[in-house]
Design a protein around this ligand. Structure first.
Ligand SMILES: *Cc1c(COP(=O)(O)O)cnc(C)c1O
Length: 358
């Protein structure tokens, strides 16, 4: 006999990328930033005392919300801090979609979306990306036809790294009748010359919710801190009804505030990642591999049949280099490789050459 709800009993859980304990692994499998967090984070950490933890943390994380609002030119009422971006995704589903109603996603995409949708017992509407990994022209119409209450879209896209431009997101937000959550986990790594910023759209589209995380851009994946941006009416029900009263802890709030105030510092690491991305792509192409042009901190690499992706993944793993293999439709001939430091990327390429006997 099982005590679980029937849909929980029937579902599969999310399988995160491997997080090895040993330190000597070159870890290019979960898109962490290879460079350290802004120094201000370490100095604030050293000021926190155990006595500070005796009381509950500020319930609405006002200091952080003010700092994030300043960064984006919004008000604190437009910011909802969460325990990682994954919590915001869960909260968006519980706030905006009744059990039995539809939640839309584009596939392939972030494999946590279907898992969270199933936990809420919502119907999943999967819209396939086209051959070139772009959204179909009638994406919003398909979502409306399925009566989706919420749609989740990762942009830049994972695992392809392709960026959907602001104008296209605006068009979808305008047509779609539900809440459009744009998961901007990787937006910090978009090339500066794209001038990509969805925040100005928030004034125009009351159904648009943006997800930002400190895990990737700010090198703080272990802190578990992210935030949503949206118009006040969209943020309020999450802020005051569906989240846990103390969903972010005191240490996380203080460090996250320091990090966001040091965005200019963090952006130096984004520049380095972009320039490493460019060199890595060039070198991978020299190995006759196909690389999708990425605006993110990873690249999706296609292997020809004589070097099947899974064997390469296993061979790299044996050499203590972790990359991500997805046993999924459209991805079985590919590996997703996070951008590492110059030295890590050099070792990756050297090992790839040896494995592929080039
Ligand atoms: C990393 C990531 C997130 C958020 O991760 P958190 O660590 O929970 O903030 C959200 N969406 C995608 C696609 C990601 O890769």
């Amino acid at each position: 006999m099982s005590f679980e709800r029937s849909n929980i009993h029937a579902m599969q859980g999310y399988v995160p990328g491997e997080q090895p304990d040993e330190g000597d692994v070159i870890k290019l499998n979960t898109n962490e930033n290879p460079y350290p967090a802004p120094p201000a984070v370490a100095s604030v950490l050293s000021t926190i005392k155990v006595e500070d933890l005796r009381r509950y943390p500020p319930p609405t994380a006002l200091d952080f919300r003010r700092a994030a609002a300043r960064l984006h030119g919004l008000g604190p009422e437009n910011v909802i801090p969460t325990n990682g971006g994954d919590e915001l995704l869960r909260l968006a589903i519980t706030t905006f979609a009744n059990p039995g109603e539809s939640v839309g996603i584009a596939v392939p995409g972030y494999s946590l979306y279907p898992v969270l949708t199933e936990i809420q017992a919502c119907k999943l509407v999967s819209v396939p990306l086209d051959e070139s990994w772009h959204l179909p022209a009638d994406f919003a119409e398909q979502l409306n036809a399925a009566k989706a209450r919420l749609a989740m879209l990762v942009n830049p896209h994972a695992p392809s790294g392709i960026l959907t431009p602001v104008s296209r997101i605006a068009e979808i937000a305008g047509k779609f009748k539900g809440v459009l959550l744009v998961d901007e986990a990787y937006v910090d790594f978009v090339d500066a010359d794209q001038h990509h910023d969805l925040v100005p759209l928030l004034r125009q589209y009351p159904n648009l919710l943006l997800l930002r995380t400190l895990s990737k851009g700010y090198s703080l994946a272990g802190l578990r801190f992210a935030y949503g941006l949206g118009c006040a009416d969209l943020i309020a029900p999450i802020m005051f009804k569906t989240r846990d009263s103390y969903n972010t802890d005191l240490i996380a709030q203080r460090l996250a505030t320091a990090a966001i105030n040091a965005a200019a510092d963090a952006s130096k690491s984004w520049d380095k990642v972009r320039s490493e991305r460019q060199s890595l792509c060039r070198e991978l192409e020299k190995l006759q591999l196909t690389v999708i042009p990425s605006q993110s901190n990873f690249v999706l690499v296609t292997f020809a049949r004589q070097h099947d992706a899974k064997s390469i993944y296993l061979a790299l793993k044996q050499r203590r280099i972790l990359v991500r293999y997805f046993d999924q439709e459209r991805l079985r001939d590919k590996l997703r490789i996070s951008i590492g430091t110059a030295e890590q990327n050099r070792l990756l390429l050297q090992n790839l050459r040896e494995i592929m006997l080039l």
